[in-house]
Design a protein around this ligand. Structure first.
Ligand SMILES: Nc1ncnc2c1ncn2[C@@H]1O[C@H](COP(=O)(O)OP(=O)(O)O)[C@@H](O)[C@H]1O
Ligand SMILES: [Mg+2]
Length: 460
């Protein structure tokens, strides 16, 4: 037998089964295998070429577990978080960093992904953050029911806790331990996600070690090896063919907490170089309670093209077009709103005022998403698409009304709260509920046009 081959399985209803593999480095004739029954994880289950195999395995956590082949990334990790899935998607096997100052919503965003993403196994590393926060989130995880099988979500979630009150010695290892656990399940042929909150606390542990060891510090006291340590960590993510010939993946997502929200500090700046996606949290958005506070100005995703191709394959070829229009409108609305500060709203032509209105609708009806709402915390792909299409269709109608001569103030004063409320009013899977709302609003706008601009000859 060769490394990676399946020796046997243990029922594990949350993910189907736990697969017992021939460990890396072991191969040869199978001399003995345990018969079916209950065994502990340290008891022998097989002997291969004189080596005893147990269900648990020792592995030096700083070292990546071997794979047969690294594969191209092909599909998105669906997180159910609209700003991520619609604007800055991450591929299964990809990497993302979430930089943001204190209180901007890093932990909430990571927790939302733990709860709703479509990975099979989740590994959450609580690294140097406050213990009571971790305890709270564990409590809420335990209450959550896995939508796939009705079981507790905790049954397929591994939590590695190294909170701020625990020894700094263990902190450096916690991130690697999480990655190794994620690779261990990947090797069984599962899609896994590793979330680390926060990689900055880990980098601080690296700094503390190197200063104790008397190393010459580099930027802001961090060791010269910081950048290679970060690179080595994110490189362990990927989609692979395992040694046993199965397909598996590790997606790595790390929060970054720059002191004072300074995005140019070394850990943030270095991390940005090594990740495929950046979900940058903005203090001003968070202060104005625009959550998740992911800004479209600094965030990026290098996985957009492959995700667009994947959506097309799923009969959703509109995804890329809607994303492009959304980004364009958001950017243009930002530009116009700074122009407005100088010239006032009245100084803008009607069409540009409609862009401003569309920007607001996109922010409020699509990008904002309440983690606390039972309808809104998770959003299925069809409901996401319907929300974007609704806002774009309304924007197109507003432009045509403005072109027809309806005064922009009338359009700006028109009650569009139904548009911004619908994400919270219809269930997570209900795209048709959103379409219904879109049609109601489009009808109402049509009526408005008829009232404001009576057609010629229709008068008394
Ligand atoms: N998606 C969201 N929905 C509702 N509230 C949110 C959301 N994201 C963040 N918040 C609010 O922001 C607060 C701080 O978020 P948190 O994730 O703890 O910040 P950080 O980890 O960046 O310090 C939360 O307690 C919550 O009140
Ligand atoms: Mg936090």
């Amino acid at each position: 037998m060769d490394a990676g081959e399946i020796l046997g399985t243990v029922p594990m209803p949350a993910i189907d089964e736990h697969r017992v593999l021939v460990p890396p480095g072991v191969s040869g004739a199978l001399e003995w295998i345990a018969s079916e029954g209950e065994l502990t994880d340290m008891e022998p289950v097989a002997r291969i070429a004189g080596q005893t195999v147990t269900m648990s395995e020792l592995w030096p956590v700083r070292k990546a577990r071997p794979v047969r082949e690294r594969l191209d990334l092909t599909e998105p990790l669906v997180t159910g978080q609209r700003v991520v899935d619609l604007l800055f998607p991450v591929a299964k096997g990809g990497t993302a960093a979430v930089p943001g100052g204190f209180g901007t919503g890093k932990t909430v965003l990571l927790q939302q992904i733990v709860k709703w993403c479509d990975a099979e196994v989740i590994v959450f590393v609580g690294c140097g953050e406050r213990g009571n926060e971790l305890a709270d989130s564990l409590g809420s995880l335990a209450e959550l029911v896995d939508p796939r099988n009705g079981r507790s979500l905790l049954e397929r979630t591994v939590v590695i806790a190294n909170t701020s009150n625990m020894p700094v010695m263990a902190r450096e290892a916690s991130i690697y331990t999480g990655m190794t656990v994620a690779e261990f399940y990947r090797d069984m042929g599962y899609g896994t996600v590793l979330l680390a909150d926060s990689t900055s606390r880990w980098a601080e542990a690296l700094r503390e070690f190197s200063s104790r060891a008397g190393e010459l510090p580099a930027e802001e006291g961090y060791p010269a090896g910081l950048s290679s340590a970060l690179a080595a960590f994110y490189e362990r993510a990927g989609r692979v063919t395992t040694l046993g010939g199965q397909e598996g993946s590790v997606t790595a997502i790390g929060a970054v907490s720059p002191p004072g929200g300074d995005m140019t500090e070394p850990v943030t700046a270095q991390t940005e170089r090594f990740v495929r996606c950046l979900w940058s949290l903005d203090r001003d958005l968070a202060y104005s309670r625009h959550y998740p506070a992911v800004t479209w100005r600094r965030s990026f995703s290098r996985d957009v093209d492959l995700v667009a191709a994947w959506h097309s394959g799923q009969d959703r070829s509109g995804w890329a077009r809607d994303r492009a229009r959304t980004m364009e409108l958001l950017t243009e609305a930002d530009r116009l709103s700074s122009v407005t500060e100088l010239v006032g709203l009245g100084g803008l032509p009607p069409r540009e005022r409609m862009v401003l209105l569309a920007g607001r609708l996109l922010r409020e009806a699509v990008l904002q998403q309440s983690a606390l709402s039972s309808h809104d915390a998770y959003c299925s792909a069809p409901k996401q698409a319907a929300l974007v299409e609704m806002v774009l269709a309304i924007y197109d109608r507003l432009v045509s009304l403005a072109d027809a001569g309806v005064p922009p103030t009338t359009l700006e004063d028109f009650d569009l709260s139904g548009v911004t409320r619908v994400r919270d009013e219809v269930p997570p899977d209900d795209a048709s509920g959103v379409e219904l709302r879109r049609d109601e609003v489009l009808d109402a706008l049509q009526k408005l046009q008829a009232e404001v601009l009576p057609s010629p000859g229709a008068g008394p």
